[in-house]
Design a protein around this ligand. Structure first.
Ligand SMILES: [Zn+2]
Length: 627
């Protein structure tokens, strides 16, 4: 799909009159009223985040004041001026992008032509997009016209950053603030579009799109547009996949392997995650959010109203919740939050994530293990394994890492039912206000509710049981102890045998992460979502983005000339040297990926063996693999 076709769906569904505008009633109603009464301002400032309808409404307003047969303040879209405006041929309505026309000369040209009367319409309307980008001199030149505009002129300044508009300009304009569009409104609009296009997509999937778009209708429709290339019914996981997020099933596997202490399964999942090239920080947030959902299932009577998930997913969630205690889940949420802030400063995210999650699982088992039915099953499995000498060695090593992960100060283990532990852990998510933004709204509400309910439970339990100050002290000590993984990481890195290639790969990944950030900063949401290939590598100055077969759609998008040029430009800027970019779609049966994965596992195995970190990889996987 080419860039122009991609834009087409949004343009095609751009509202054509006030009735079609979703939300923004606080802007629509007064504007429409001013047209009805025939008394409107000659300068407007529309401010609000991207994709909330500023330009769309500016265009509707421009048409409405010029329409020959307006209907209750709405443009008819049938008269000569409306048709000319809709086809873009009406010279009297001009849209100017201030980002690329920000100089004083651009504004002077505009103000010198505005004195002439309109050609066809009654009013000349100038829509200035990204108005905050105008230079100071340009603003000054504009101000003169705004102070005494000709009676046939109307200015609409649109901006995402109203604080950058000079006060002198602002005071001349009628200011309207655009709000983020609610998820429900976005879902409703997407449903209309999908039905009109005969696109089969589930409500769950639409809800995920709305959540990802974060209040911006344009991004939501772009994402829906991208999804059109998927054949058959579009489901929640398809959206997550397209947006570079992990499916619920994957989160479930990871959560279960942490809560039930299954280090092999955990490592396998992390490896899968790394090979898929997904954003690890994002993954940790999603995992925390999954754990919060577990907690909600644990404490709420109607979790299905609070959690946005398929019924199969919900069933799986509650089965896992049954196996775990609230304390265990709460402690995981708190630990994941800590791990996620540690990762921000880590020079080697991959190793830190692996060791961080393993240490978390080990600590949970040591702290809570004795009371958990789920863990007891694992433990009995281990007792069986101890029969062979190899297994004995493995178990000893496993205990070593568990001990290492646990701070030495902890001598007394907390009592399993220490009520403070619940309270401390559950209060934790509240200070992370910025992170909550990412969580679906119902989950936030649920979380607060869960926290309140948990506090009540904790209080009740407190009344029944004597205080356990020792247990609380231990929990706090765990929290303030510096994380062990950092030490482990240094040891692994200082291994001369693995240092050079690993450092090179890490640097490559780091540069790539920076490139993705830069793409995001340039507001190219499509591109930043799609540019998550299976594997990034470079040889000399040749960068290769390899997409595996399941990421066909992403490959097609990134392989477009425009996308390739943008990515190449950003990498050149970051590296300050010329590079070549290859975008490759992997053959389904390619042996290449297996080799890369194999290499990676052998390398990992070598490090863990040297450090006596217990890691079991199926021989089958090491010898050529079926994966
Ligand atoms: Zn008309």
């Amino acid at each position: 799909m080419s860039t122009t076709e991609k834009l087409a769906l949004y343009r095609q569904w751009r509202p054509q009159n006030f009735r079609d505008v979703v939300a923004q009633k606080q802007v629509v109603l007064p504007l429409q009223q001013s047209i009805r009464s025939g008394r409107f301002a000659h300068a407007f400032l529309f401010s609000g985040t991207r994709g909330t309808g500023k330009t769309s409404l500016a265009k509707i307003f421009a048409k409405a004041i010029n329409c020959l047969n307006p209907d209750d303040g709405n443009p008819c879209n049938e008269c000569e001026t409306c048709l000319a405006a809709n086809s873009g041929s009406l010279m009297d309505i001009q849209e100017i992008d201030a980002a690329s026309n920000n100089g004083v000369d651009d504004v002077r040209r505009l103000t010198s032509e505005i004195i002439f009367t309109p050609v066809l319409a009654e009013y000349k309307v100038y829509i200035i997009d990204e108005a905050h980008m105008l230079s100071q001199q340009a603003f000054n030149a504009l101000l003169k016209t705004l102070e005494e505009p000709p009676s046939h002129a109307v200015f609409i300044l649109a901006t995402t950053e109203p604080h950058r508009i000079p006060a002198t300009i602002m005071s001349r304009c009628q200011h309207y603030e655009f709000r983020r569009i609610s998820q429900a409104d976005i879902v409703q609009r997407l449903r209309t579009i999908a039905d009109e296009l005969s696109l089969s997509i589930t409500d769950d999937a639409l809800a995920v799109i709305a959540q990802l778009a974060n209040g911006g209708m344009r991004d939501a429709i772009s994402l829906l547009d991208q999804l059109r290339q998927i054949p058959g019914d579009i489901e929640r996981d398809d959206v997550l996949q397209m947006a570079g997020r992990v499916p619920d099933q994957f989160l479930h596997t990871v959560a279960a392997s942490i809560l039930n202490y299954d280090p092999d399964a955990l490592l396998r999942s992390i490896q899968e995650l790394l090979m898929s090239g997904r954003d690890l920080t994002r993954f940790l947030l999603d995992l925390s959010s999954y754990m919060r959902n577990l907690l909600i299932v644990k404490v709420s009577r109607n979790p299905e109203e609070l959690i946005q998930m398929t019924s199969a997913g919900l069933k799986q969630l509650s089965a896992l919740a049954d196996q775990s205690s609230s304390e265990l889940i709460s402690e995981s949420i708190a630990s994941l939050a800590r791990l996620s802030s540690e990762l921000r400063f880590s020079p080697d995210i991959r190793t830190s994530l692996e060791i961080g999650l393993l240490a978390l699982a080990a600590r949970l088992r040591n702290t809570f293990g004795e009371t958990e039915t789920g863990s007891r099953e694992v433990r009995s499995k281990q007792e069986v394994r101890v029969e062979t000498p190899v297994a004995q060695a493995e178990l000893a090593a496993e205990q070593r890492i568990a001990e290492a992960a646990e701070p030495p100060v902890v001598v007394t283990k907390p009592e399993p039912r220490a009520p403070e532990a619940i309270a401390t852990a559950k209060v934790e998510p509240q200070p992370q206000a910025e992170r909550l933004e990412e969580v679906p709204a119902p989950a936030v509400a649920a979380q607060t509710e869960a926290a309140t309910e948990a506090a009540v439970i904790a209080k009740e339990e407190k009344a029944q049981e004597p205080e356990l100050p020792a247990a609380k002290a231990t929990v706090e000590e765990i929290e303030v102890t510096p994380p062990e993984p950092a030490v482990k990481l240094d040891q692994a890195k200082s291994d001369p045998a693995t240092l050079s290639t690993q450092a090179y790969e890490d640097e490559t990944l780091r540069i790539w992460q920076n490139a993705l950030e830069a793409i995001k900063e340039e507001h190219m949401m499509d591109l930043s979502l799609m540019a998550r290939p299976a594997k990034v590598s470079r040889r000399g100055n040749v960068w290769t983005l390899l997409f595996d077969h399941s990421l066909k759609g992403q490959h097609a998008c990134i392989n477009e000339a425009d996308s390739r040029a943008t990515i190449r430009r950003i990498l050149v800027e970051l590296l300050n040297e010329n590079i070549e970019l290859e975008v490759i779609l992997e053959d389904e049966a390619s042996a290449d990926a297996v080799t890369a994965e194999e290499d990676w596992m052998i390398k990992l195995k070598r490090i863990t063996d040297k450090r006596s970190i217990p890691l079991h990889i199926d021989e089958e996987l090491l010898n050529g693999g079926t994966r």
